[in-house]
Design a protein around this ligand. Structure first.
Ligand SMILES: [Zn+2]
Length: 394
């Protein structure tokens, strides 16, 4: 792994690991004080959590202003990722007439890749003060992962907006209801176009947030999740890339094991957690992180006291491998933004209280003890300037 890639991984993980977040959620809920409503310029000293998964705009490229989001973050959110959505929902008059769909479930018309989202996010970010910029990790999303030219887009964005972007994603490969609606060739974990993207991530240090359902909806009973093996193979092909698996591969109706579905989702969780634990203990996958964002994930995690305990146990055992994000899409107010943290409340109070700086130490320790020869601390992020990027790719 190149040194910059390692540094980025360490920095990003330190910012967004969920350990202090989950531990603080109970506190957050008990303290029902409203958000400050002010534009906090600097990262607050006593934030409640960082957000590793946040969409400023929705499926029709509309959203809230970055100033509104800063007000929502207030002094409760330390840092946040910042990205739009790579896909645009077509308003097909033939399909929905005068009704303008704003979500992919509201129309049968196709979705298409909307690359301008990256320029839009970059321009908003560039208008912020340096102190405000320091609170965001903008991400590149406007590429088609089935296109061999996707890497050209990513490089073009890096060079057009030097110093802005930290990583790529959230982009999707397999996603229930969505993948089949996208115009053109469907994305695949076995497509060399995707390998080129992760090669670029390894080369530049860009962090990658990938949405990939672990299974197909209504899959066969007692079978391994359909996309699990392909996902692991793909991740193993790119050990030098920092890969964040969004929602741990879960979705609205995607479950890892349908074999005992009639017994309720809670009883399915042990099998799923075995899959996750298997990946956590696999040394060939130690560059993979798990993002527990989205209410749909919270739905499974907090369903019963047993699922809460199982989830908390795994997170407590591997605190440096889980990231906390809201997956909120253009929330209109703090209440809409915070709903996810309320969902995770029961999980959060089961997680051990830890020092806020602990995740950083965990990562640095892992780095220094297992890969001492490859660790360089304090190096500038390669993806942050055009000069660095050009120099690196020469
Ligand atoms: Zn998302």
């Amino acid at each position: 792994m190149n040194q910059n890639s390692k540094t980025i991984r360490r920095e990003f993980a330190a910012r967004h690991l969920c350990t202090p977040i989950l531990a603080s959620l109970l506190v957050l809920l008990l303290a029902l004080a409203p958000f400050g409503g002010r534009l906090a310029a600097q990262e607050p000293a006593d934030y409640d959590f960082h957000d590793s998964h946040f969409h400023l705009t929705n499926y029709i490229q509309q959203g809230i202003s970055i100033e509104d989001y800063l007000a929502i973050m207030g002094d409760r959110v330390g840092r946040s990722t910042l990205f739009g959505i790579p896909l645009q929902q077509t308003w097909s008059y033939q399909n929905s007439g005068d009704f303008p769909p704003s979500y992919y479930l509201q129309s049968d018309a196709p979705l298409y890749y909307y690359s301008f989202t990256d320029a839009y996010i970059a321009r908003l970010y560039e208008k912020l003060t340096p102190e405000q910029q320091a609170r965001f990790d903008p991400m590149i999303v406007g590429f088609n992962p089935a296109d061999m030219y996707a890497t050209d887009h990513i490089k073009r964005v890096l060079n057009t907006f030097p110093g802005v972007f930290t990583g790529i994603g959230e982009f999707s490969i397999h996603k229930e209801f969505v993948s089949s609606k996208i115009a053109g060739e469907v994305a695949s974990l076995t497509n060399p176009a995707l390998d080129r993207i992760f090669d670029l991530c390894a080369e530049t240090g860009l962090v990658a947030i990938m949405h990939n359902d672990i299974d197909m909806p209504f899959s066969k009973p007692k079978s391994e999740p359909v996309y699990l093996a392909q996902a692991k193979d793909m991740m193993r092909r790119h050990p030098d890339a920092t890969i964040i698996w969004a929602h741990i591969g879960l979705g609205r109706i995607v479950h890892p094991d349908r074999s005992i579905a009639s017994a309720g989702t809670a009883t399915r969780s042990p099998a799923f957690m075995q899959v996750v634990q298997g990946m956590l203990t696999d040394p060939t996958l130690d560059h993979v992180y798990f993002d527990i964002s989205w209410e749909e994930v919270a739905k499974y995690a907090t369903e019963t006291p047993e699922t809460v305990q199982r989830t908390a146990d795994v997170i407590n055992r591997y605190p440096d491998r889980f990231l906390f994000g809201t997956d909120k899409v253009a929330p209109k107010n703090p209440e809409a933004y915070l709903i996810y943290t309320k969902c995770m409340h029961r999980c959060g109070k089961n997680c051990r209280q830890r020092q806020k700086e602990k995740p950083l130490k965990v990562i640095m320790n892992v780095c220094s003890t297992r890969r001492a020869e490859k660790c360089v601390h304090g190096k500038k992020r390669i993806s942050k300037t055009t000069d660095d990027y050009v120099a690196f790719t020469r």
